[in-house]
Design a protein around this ligand. Sequence first.
Ligand SMILES: C[S@@+](CC[C@H](N)C(=O)[O-])C[C@H]1O[C@@H](n2cnc3c(N)ncnc32)[C@H](O)[C@@H]1O
Length: 225
Amino acid sequence: LLAAEYDRAEHLTTRILEMLCRRALHAACRQAGLTRSPQDNVERILEVGSGTGALTEALRDAWPSAEILATDPSVNMLAVLERKLGDVSGLLTTAVAEATGVGEVCRFAPDLIAAGLADPYLDTEAANALRELGSTDTRLFVAVPSHRWARRERTERLGIAIDTTRFRLRGGRPVYTRSLTYDEDGLEALLVASGFALEARGTERSKAIWSQPEVSWVLATMQDA
Ligand SMILES: C[S@@+](CC[C@H](N)C(=O)[O-])C[C@H]1O[C@@H](n2cnc3c(N)ncnc32)[C@H](O)[C@@H]1O
């Protein structure tokens, strides 16, 4: 339902959250000393909940020779991504899958699993499923809108449940979807409980609009089982 207009400029908050998510990826790489040099060994990237590709593009810019599998349960979101980023190199492919089912479509051992703006699905079950996918060499980058920001935007401004986000369709009709937000501590706790070890974490903030959107992020490695 949202795919056709997800990328429209009117969705200003989403555009800012995407920008913060890309900034978070760069901050995570900086903090972890992860650059785009070949010794990083980021050759295969699995992206979860890739949507229309805002983070996919940043991943491709950061590691231009990496193979990227972009996954999302929405065929329509992936169709937009393919139109925007479909390439001739053959390095970027897509597959329809939920976070808990990406193991069934991912045919390689990823060096990096990336989940940008993962709030529609990032719960314990999803974190456990992502942990099952990698080895100890696999890194996970996750970013979500911060819980502190959700309190300001949803509870105080919109008067809606803190775990719900609202999109206004072009015709004016509002659509409400699940959105699980975390602050840095909560995100770290969720991932550590699922068998990840923290490598870096942070919060990116924007003052562009009054509610001052924030994105919490974590870069984690996988603990030995
Ligand atoms: C807020 S968008 C973020 C898109 C993109 N990652 C970005 O950073 O711009 C969330 C995406 O999660 C997808 N999604 C919803 N439920 C999901 C699930 N259970 N597993 C994986 N992705 C899901 C949606 O279809 C949507 O494309």
